[in-house]
Design a binder for this molecule. Structure first.
Ligand SMILES: [Zn+2]
Ligand SMILES: [Zn+2]
Length: 330
C-alpha cells in the first residue's frame, strides 16, 4: 500500500506510517529495508543508500525526488540538527521534537522536518512550545523501535498518546526571535551566502550568550532549556549573535538589503513594525521610513530594549502564524 508524504514530512515519519499501513511494526520494517537495529529510520533521514531508494521506488511507488525531499541530507544547516541520541539525560537534547496540537490536527499524525532543528522551539501554527519527550515516561521519541502495530503518536516506551501532552508556553518575544532566526537562515541559504557557516556557529553558541545550559551548545540542550535560552536572548541585544564585528554587521545588512525580493522577511518585518507603530511605543523607537535595513535595525533595538512592552501578547503574532514556513533547502 502506498502512502502520500505530507507537507514537510520527515522520511522516518513517512517510513513508520508506510510500515503501519502495511501491517508491519517499524522495528520489523527495518528488516524489510535491510536495516539494522536502533535508530535505523533516523539515520536514513540523514542519508538514503541506493538500495533503499530502489526498493522504495519499486515497492512504495514513490519518486526518488520525493524521497530525497523528505531527508535532511546535504544541508548547510546540518550542524543545527539535533544529534541522534537514543537515550537522553534530563537536560540533554533528544533527536526529535513535536507539537501535540499538530498531531491533534493531523489526519495521520506525522513528524515534520523542521522539528529536527535545534533552532526550532515552538510551533508557528499553534504558538506553543515544542516538546522533545513523552510527558508520562520522559523518554524521547522512539518510533523506530516500536515492535507493536501502533501509530507513531503513541509513545513507543509507555504507550502515552502524545496528542494529550499539555501545551508548553513560550514568551512571544522568544517566538519572534525564533522566527527571525529562521528567516535569516532562509535568506542566507537562498543567497548561497558564505556567512551561513559563521551564523550557524554563532547560533550553536547561543546558550553561552544567554547564560543557559552551562556551556553546552544549542543542539545539546533539551527543548525546555532551548526555550529558556531563547527567552533569555530575546531580552538581550541579540545582534551579538548575528554580527560579531563591524564587517560582519555590514555584510549582514547588505544581505538583507539584497533580499528585498524575499517577500516573507519583508512582509513579516513590515507587518510587525506597522503594528508596533500603531501601539503606544515611545517616539524614539519609531521608524522614520520603511527602508528595510533601518527596519531591521530598529526591530533588533526594540526587541533588545522593550521586549515586554512591544510583544504584548498573542495578538501581535496572529497574522504571522498563518504563514507556512518555506522548505529548508535552498
Ligand atoms: Zn502545532
Ligand atoms: Zn512514554
Amino acid at each position: 500500500m502506498a502512502i502520500e508524504p505530507r507537507p514537510d514530512e520527515l522520511l522516518s515519519s513517512w517510513l513508520h506510517r508506510l510500515a503501519f499501513a502495511n501491517g508491519v511494526a517499524p522495528r520489523s520494517f527495518a528488516g524489510v529495508l535491510g536495516r539494522g537495529e536502533g535508530m535505523w529510520s533516523a539515520r536514513l533521514d540523514l542519508q538514503v543508500p541506493h538500495d533503499v531508494t530502489t526498493l522504495l521506488k519499486q515497492q512504495a511507488a514513490v519518486a526518488a525526488e520525493a524521497l530525497s525531499a523528505m531527508t535532511m541530507a546535504g544541508q548547510v544547516l546540518t550542524p543545527l540538527l539535533l544529534p541522534l541520541r537514543e537515550n537522553a539525560g534530563r537536560n540533554r537534547s533528544t533527536w526529535m521534537q513535536y507539537c501535540p496540537l499538530c498531531f491533534v490536527a493531523d489526519e495521520a499524525p506525522y513528524f515534520r522536518r523542521r522539528w529536527r532543528l535545534a533552532t526550532r522551539i515552538s510551533c508557528l501554527v499553534h504558538g506553543c512550545g515544542l516538546r522533545d519527550r513523552c510527558p508520562a515516561c520522559r523518554s524521547g521519541i522512539a518510533s523506530f523501535g516500536q515492535s507493536e502495530l501502533i501509530p507513531q503518536h503513541f509513545c513507543a516506551r509507555c504507550g502515552f498518546d502524545l496528542r494529550r501532552a499539555a501545551k508548553v508556553s513560550v514568551k512571544a518575544a522568544a517566538r519572534l526571535l525564533e522566527r527571525c532566526i529562521d528567516d535569516i537562515c532562509k535568506v542566507e541559504m537562498a543567497k548561497g551566502s558564505t556567512m551561513i557557516g559563521s551564523l550557524v556557529s554563532r547560533l550553536l553558541r547561543a546558550p553561552v550568550v544567554a547564560g543557559v545550559g552551562s556551556g553546552k551548545t544549542l543542539t545539546n540542550l533539551s527543548a525546555a532549556a532551548r526555550i529558556r535560552c531563547f527567552e533569555q536572548l530575546a531580552a538581550k541585544p541579540y545582534d551579538r549573535l548575528v554580527a560579531g564585528n563591524d564587517t560582519a554587521a555590514a555584510h549582514w545588512r547588505h544581505l538583507i538589503l539584497d533580499a528585498g525580493g524575499h517577500d516573507g522577511l519583508v512582509a513579516r518585518l513590515a507587518d510587525f513594525m506597522e503594528k508596533d507603530r500603531r501601539s503606544a511605543t515611545p517616539e524614539r523607537f519609531r521608524l522614520p521610513d520603511a527602508d528595510l535595513p533601518a527596519l531591521l535595525e530598529a526591530y533588533l533595538r526594540v526587541m533588545a530594549l522593550r521586549p515586554d512592552r512591544v510583544f504584548a501578547g498573542e495578538r501581535d503574532l496572529l497574522p504571522l502564524a498563518d504563514l507556512e514556513p518555506l522548505p529548508l533547502q535552498s
